[in-house]
Design a protein around this ligand. Structure first.
Ligand SMILES: Nc1ncnc2c1ncn2[C@@H]1O[C@H](COP(=O)(O)OP(=O)(O)OP(=O)(O)O)[C@@H](O)[C@H]1O
Ligand SMILES: [Mg+2]
Length: 311
């Protein structure tokens, strides 16, 4: 899958497997995320997204396979890797009894900053995350979105090279979600490698350079958002054929089959030019195709098709 030298990769995982008892959660996962890019790991509930993130972030041991973060092995160089990464979990963990300022200053000190540098960094992050006003209040008084932002800010105190965001926008209102998207774009622009998990294709579409779809313990599909959408067809041209012979001739190219209606669907980008050329190519004599309809694949269609729920 990759031709990159390990040094140019922020995250490089090969052959990861993980079982819990009889349950095989990961069954051979390979990931190669170039430095300074964003990978969205997509999958339904229970697909193994959090498990993958925890293995990549050194919190869970894989049964087999290896991971390098910014060129460092997560097992033999674990403490070095931990200095290079930040992780914000699906379930926010902030200390409710500390104020925003206290939390961020403490994280700064833990990351080895001087008291003064820790104060400056905390103020910077509080401002950037829209928490300046709430900075002096304990996190107990924060809303869910504010807690999530504080959690994320805490992860960024040490300026990590690689950041893992496990469902960063779950539970956020639309405005906060936009803010978070903006932040991910800024991190990427700064050269940070980002791996985020999400159940929202729209989010992957907005943010990710590449998307990997996790299904059945494997990467079921991997590519740019545009590539994945085109694989399951941005649009589908459904053709109703005049004869069984014409139907059978085209069936091998179809992505959707409805034999009872002699109807089949072919991928298209949905432009008039492509639809016209398809019709001409498939039916030069203009006798085989009775009718056609064009339908758009929704993002949900794409996801369902890729995770196999549709088949
Ligand atoms: N510590 C554990 N012990 C036993 N089973 C586990 C453990 N952690 C995860 N699992 C199981 O592994 C599977 C994958 O879980 P995981 O949390 O990685 O999925 P996910 O893709 O993050 O799901 P979600 O979208 O719900 O967050 C699930 O069936 C889960 O029950
Ligand atoms: Mg999860």
């Amino acid at each position: 899958m990759t031709t990159h030298a390990s040094g140019s990769l922020g995250i490089h995982a090969t052959g990861l497997t993980k079982s819990y008892g009889d349950l095989r959660v990961l069954d051979g996962i390979d990931l190669a995320v170039p430095r300074g890019s964003v990978l969205a790991l997509l999958g339904p509930n229970g697909a193994g997204k959090t498990t993958t993130v925890r293995i990549l972030a050194t919190l869970t041991a894989a049964d087999a396979g290896s991971v390098r973060i910014a060129g460092r092995d997560t097992v033999s160089e674990r403490s070095r890797v931990r200095e290079l990464i930040a992780l914000t979990g699906q379930f926010v963990a902030v200390d409710e009894l500390r104020t925003g300022t206290e939390t961020l200053r403490m994280m700064g000190r833990l990351a080895g900053l001087s008291p003064r540098a820790a104060r400056t960094r905390a103020d910077e992050l509080l401002a950037r995350f829209g928490l300046a006003e709430a900075a002096g209040r304990t996190a107990k008084t924060y809303s869910g979105g504010m807690r999530r932002r504080l959690d994320l800010a805490a992860g960024l105190v040490s300026r990590p090279e690689v950041i893992f965001l496990d469902e960063p926008t779950t539970g956020l209102d639309p405005r906060s979600r936009q803010d978070l998207w903006e932040l991910v774009r800024e991190l990427r622009a700064d050269g940070t490698t980002v791996l985020l998990t999400t159940q929202y294709l729209e989010e992957a579409d907005q943010l990710a350079d590449r998307v990997a779809v996790l299904s059945g313990g494997r990467i079921a599909a991997e590519g740019t958002p545009a590539e994945l959408k085109s694989r399951v067809a941005g649009h589908r041209l459904d053709l109703t054929l005049a004869t069984t012979a014409a139907y059978e001739a085209l069936a091998p190219r179809a992505v959707h089959l409805a034999p009872d209606e002699l109807t089949l669907g072919l991928p298209t980008d949905g432009t008039a030019a492509h639809v016209r050329s398809l019709l001409d190519e498939l039916d030069p004599g203009r006798t085989d195709i009775d009718r056609f309809t064009l339908r758009s694949a929704t993002l949900d269609d794409v996801f369902l098709a890729l995770t196999g729920a549709d088949r």
